[in-house]
Each structure stands twice: as C-alpha cells, then as structure tokens.
Design a protein around this ligand. Structure first.
Ligand SMILES: [Zn+2]
Ligand SMILES: [Zn+2]
Length: 260
C-alpha cells in the first residue's frame, strides 16, 4: 500500500492538500504516513486526478533532446520552502490536561481559518518549514494577543502544522477571504525577527509633499495589504504620489507641490 505522502508526491501536491482532498471523499484524519488502499487511491484519482492535472503548469516546451530530463511538477513541489503559510486560529478555548492543569485547546469548529507565516513571528516556525498536519502551537497570552494573521486584521492564538491552501471559494471553506487572496497571490510572508529591527502590521507607505513650501511626511495609517488609496491620520489620501494626492480637510486651499 502507498502512504498519503507517497501518493502526494506522485501527484505533485502537498501532504496538507492530500489530507484535505481525502477528507472531501470521506477519508478523514489522513497523516503523511497513513497507508491508503488501492480502492481509496482509485476514489481519490476519480475525484481529484483531473482537477490536480488541470491546475498544473503546462509542460515547458523545448526539452527536445532525449537526454534532457524535463523537471516534473512533483519535483518542483518538493523544493524546500523556508516559509510555509500555515493555518491559524484566532480563537482558542481551554481544557484540562491529564494532570488537571488548565491548557489551551483548539475549537472544534474555528470561527474562521486564517493564514500566517509562522517563520515571521517571534516564536518562529515550530516545524521548520515542514508540513505536519494536525500539529498545533499555541501562542502565549490572552485573547486579542499573538502575532497578526496574513490579512493583518486578527491576532492569531494558535498556528497549525497544516499548510494554508487557499480555496477557490474561501467562504465556503470557512477561510478568511482576505488571507486566501493574499496567500493565493504569493504574499503575506513576513521577515523573521532576527532579520528585522521592528515589525508592523501597518502599510507603512509614506509620501513627502510640500504644503505652502514646507515639507510634510504623510504616513499611511491603514493595515498591511489594505484596499484602495493610502490614508494618513489627517485624512489626506494618495495612491501613487503627489499627482493624485487628496489633501486633508485642513489643507484645502493651500499650495501642495512635490517635495524633492
Ligand atoms: Zn485572515
Ligand atoms: Zn497604505
């Protein structure tokens, strides 16, 4: 019998995707080393085979020499990835362990699943870039604490060893649609703490303008990955720069020019 991991490699998908896809055909709690019967693999192929192959990038043309070995999608999928976007929960509950101590627990049904690049948090990635379905790491502290999710909206209380695989219809899969959108776009990764001097969940775009000849610096106060134009505290807005700058209410009538 082949294991979940072996079948995942054959299809060039992650173990986490395999677990989700198997769950959809009624085979739950699949781990990478779970053996799969021929019947289960057959059902998997019937339900998912064409969908996976359809999503694969088309084979690169140009490998004409017989001695050239075309890189397969499976090999690309096995490239080591320093950062894995992981499933994150913004709410947890409490229970007692065997010795009666109060411990954090995952909710059976999370309100909404977010994504996080755990490597970019102070705790780091507990699984060093490996996908470990079902594993969980809780962040210290109470509610409304913890590192921000990829969407920048919520604080994450627990991160799972599972990979966050953005769904085509995130709402139906209980995924945060902004997180799904960001991960699908290949964004949301954060610089690990030892590689940066500070972190910010904010946009951090800024604009230098001259107002009646005096240079002012406008800092966008919106969250990371926000939609629409940048906006400073005083209400001024811009998308590109001075050319589309919309003055703050108290700047109306004043002379606004580029700051060199
Ligand atoms: Zn989110
Ligand atoms: Zn902004």
């Amino acid at each position: 019998m082949k294991t979940v991991h072996e079948v995942a490699e054959r299809y060039g998908v992650t173990d986490a995707f395999m677990a989700l896809a198997l769950d959809k055909i009624g085979f739950s709690h699949a781990r990478p080393d779970t053996p799969l019967s021929a019947a289960t693999i057959h059902r998997f192929e019937a339900e998912w085979g064409d969908k996976i192959r359809a999503k694969r990038p088309a084979a690169q043309p140009g490998f004409t020499s017989e001695t050239d070995i075309a890189p397969t999608a499976a090999r690309a999928a096995r490239q080591p990835k320093p950062h894995v976007m992981r499933v994150a929960h913004s709410k947890v509950t409490a229970g007692r362990d065997a010795s009666g101590r109060v411990v954090k627990r995952l909710l059976d049904y999370p309100v909404r699943i977010h994504a996080i690049d755990a490597a970019g948090t102070n705790d780091g990635d507990p699984w060093n870039g490996e996908v470990v379905p079902g594993a969980v790491h809780f962040y210290d502290g109470g509610s409304e604490t913890g590192p921000p999710a990829a969407c920048g909206w919520v604080r994450v209380r627990a991160v799972l060893g599972d990979e966050f695989v953005p769904a085509d219809e995130p709402e139906l899969e209980n995924q945060c649609s902004l997180c799904a959108q960001i991960v699908a776009a290949g964004k949301g990764f954060r610089t690990p703490p030892h590689e940066r001097s500070y972190r910010s969940p904010f946009c951090e775009d800024y604009l230098r303008v001259q107002i009646d000849g005096a240079v002012a610096v406008k800092n966008c106060r919106l969250r990371d990955f926000h939609d629409g134009p940048h906006r400073a505290h005083d209400g001024s807005e811009w998308s590109i720069g001075v050319d589309d700058y919309v003055p703050a209410p108290d700047e109306l009538g004043r002379r606004i020019t580029k700051a060199s």
